[in-house]
Design a protein around this ligand. Sequence first.
Ligand code: ATP
Ligand code: MN
Length: 462
Amino acid sequence: MERITVANARRAETVGQQVRVQGWIRTRRDSKGGFSFLEVNDGSCMANIQVIADADLGNYESEIKKLSAGCSVTVDGEVKESGGKQATEILAKTVIVHGWADPDEFPLQKKRHSFEKLREWAHLRPRTNTFGAVARVRNCVCRSIHNFFQEDGFLYVHTPIITASDCEGAGEMFKVTTLDLDSPPKSDGKIDFSHDFFDRPSYLTVSGQLEAEIYATALGKVYTFGPTFRAENSNTSRHLAEFWMVEPEMAFYELEDNMELAESFLKRIFGDVMDQCGEDMQFFNEHIDKTVLETLSGIVDSEFVRLPYTEAISLLEKSGQDFEYPVSWGTDLQSEHERFLTEQEFKSPVILYDYPSTIKPFYMKVNDDGKTVRAMDVLVPKVGEIIGGSQREHRLDVLESRMAEQHLNADDYWWYIDLRKFGTVPHSGFGLGLERAVQFVTGMANIRDVIPFPRTPGNAEF
Ligand code: ATP
Ligand code: MN
């Protein structure tokens, strides 16, 4: 007996085969003619396979007629051509019940629950159509990320999750410690970290960039892809305290090369999702956001807008829009501004670049004007910033004066500075937030619904 997925059992080619499918009941319907229809789902695809269970099966009355949503089964039988909407169905020879799901208790019955409610059941929500589809699309995005870089000669490097450099000003950091918080060792009234596990204060990383630069300046083109952590208390639909970031870093790349890479990278991901997740994307387009497919295919076929920050500010100032936060040169863009640019002004992704140095971190390359740095943010409709990146400052003297400007202690970055002392090269990189990408392609409104176990202020139950 060949064990196959529901996705494969649904193909017309399997008609006539004896197969075994295993999964969870979505619905049971009894026909007057003395048999039952079971809809079985195993997560391999959105659709269920219909199983016909005849009344002459040994456990028909005792078990099959008691099956309800959530019960787990193994079905052995023959794949038949189906008269219904689907191509195939299975005529069961045996139905083994592994686990019951009391219909009075199992929450995922016919009633539709809100996404907010489903967050309370993070252990059950992957059994719904939406969360199954999100999981498959997320997987596809990850595969696409690796394929894109691997096919282009990038080396996958693993940067540390625990770090001692509280760098970058990318956001608040979570502390990592084994000290007894009730009575930490102190000297001069301050916590004495020489007794801590790492001999010093340490943190969960906010980005693997600085370490990726180490590998890029030895091996050329690299990428790191892992979890990152930000303790900022931003309760928005686009921020998580734990999220996954993919960060390519390339030696000998200038900002223009970086933009080109980011654009083709995003197009590859969007194209792969449309090619490989057709059924799931159809579902998102029908039930979540009726514009996602049109938006994605439009983006894949067109050029991203490239716009210097300074021009973006004057566009926003002239827009006549009544923004909640006023804009002027030197301020960071808020999501309302980003959305105006991508959704109204250009109706396209926009790569903003050359930001004021005052609102960007020390490591970004200073332009000849002395006021702006070679930063770039890729903005997309609805989600806003999806990628942040830059050409890095590779000139030792400029880097050191930027660090001094931002009151950073050069001793803490001795190894980063060494990269500029020994064989320095122009180099660039960026970070794509995986969840923002999944949010964008699926049209899901809240970032908490595109990661299996969201961590946000006050939430770490599962
Ligand atoms: P934002 O301005 O949206 O808060 P950021 O500028 O702080 O983001 P970067 O430090 O540039 O973010 O990080 C690179 C990318 O990581 C962002 O473009 C975004 O896709 C993603 N990202 C950043 N912070 C978060 C977060 N808290 N949750 C999920 N994704 C995030
Ligand atoms: Mn950013």
